[in-house]
Design a binder for this molecule. Sequence first.
Ligand code: FCB
Length: 458
Amino acid sequence: MTFSRTFPDGFLWGTATASYQIEGAVAEDGRSPSIWDTFSHTPGTVTGGDTGDVACDHYHRVDEDVAIMRSLGVDAYRFSIAWPRVIPTGTGAVNQAGIDFYSRLVDTLLENGIRPFATLYHWDLPQALDDRGGWLNRDVADWFAEYAAVTVGALGDRVRNWTTLNEPWCSSLLSYSIGHHAPGHTDPLEGIVAAHHLMLAHGRAVPVIREHCAAAEVSITLNPTQVYGPEGTGEGVVDEADADAIRRADNIFNGLFFDPIFRAAYPDGFLEDTAHLTDHGYIHDGDLGVMAAPLDNLGINNYFPTRVRAARDGEEGMPLAGCEGVVESPPLPPHTAMGWEISPKAHYDILLRSAKDGGLPIYITENGSAWPDIVSPDGEVHDPQRIEYLHGHLGAVADAIEDGADIRGYFAWSLLDNFEWAHGYGKRFGLVYVDYATQQRIVKDSGREYARIVASSR
Ligand code: FCB
């Protein structure tokens, strides 16, 4: 099956990774532990007891990994910076060796004609800051602004594309209410307090980035999900209780971030729906104005839709504020190895919605799929399902552009198989296979197909 859709001139093709998922070298050159080091070393948190101690050893393999990107022909690379490498104690003394690592990465990318897209925070908060309350401590906004100043000050002469946060939904709700990610708390209220402080930190960092990089294009990456009822995609027949469940789920998954950032307000009904938990004293006068700092573009990560319905007869709902009566219903087939529903239609829907709600140019900063890849006797990795997912989702992107969404680029998740958070190394998302025993990289069939699509779109 060949993919032959066209994309606008200048459409940017990239791949993405994140620091803790690929770097390894966790105790080298002055890096301090992050909350993910602590979490992954806590028994029972990550499948198989996996940790990011070595990961893809990218810290020592920058040249090789950039050479692979070049062989794929991509225009851009999205990576994240590990705060505990740059400021090991979270605030205060700067670790020059940490800066030097990213500086060399950036130089290597530029020498190879690859545009760097840097994310300041992809979940590896210095443990030293978690010891002071982490994202529950309002001071984190100052700490983050300080870290942004140092980092952009060091790299902003060469990096123009700056993203404050990756998926604040995950570093708040998934981490403080659901407990699936570091620091592993399970408190419905903590999730929304952490979300508030994340957005405050984001808003504080935006002008700091501009101050240290006059040419900056500043962004945040959100992970909105299209919320449907339990039935088939596009079928909208729901009763009143299910419609309210969809509204509440949409607020906590999407509106909680879109509305403060783009409307300087909490989503309609959200403060009332959560009033049984809090008087919302963590929201101070002026916070929403800070959060709504103007941005240049919006990053969207999207993999799957979400299906919900109202809880029935005492059924337990989701452990998320305001969603106590909302039940997540099973994803419809087909599924990826993550159990995630495959729906290009949902990808299209959320792209159009994000374009409308954000009113900004969009980069798809992550999209991809996990499959149980193996190295075949011929030494290759044949992954037709990843290719099919890629074709389906790129088709949805092309449709969304035709229907008016201003989408400027697509970053495949991921360049390499890597440490997939609480799932460990068992879930492979790469266009490039990593043999973790030897650190050998093998470009998968999907990697070659991506390279072909990139080349043919020029
Ligand atoms: C996203 C994360 C990314 C990766 C993919 C599969 O939520 O941002 O680090 O784990 O999911």
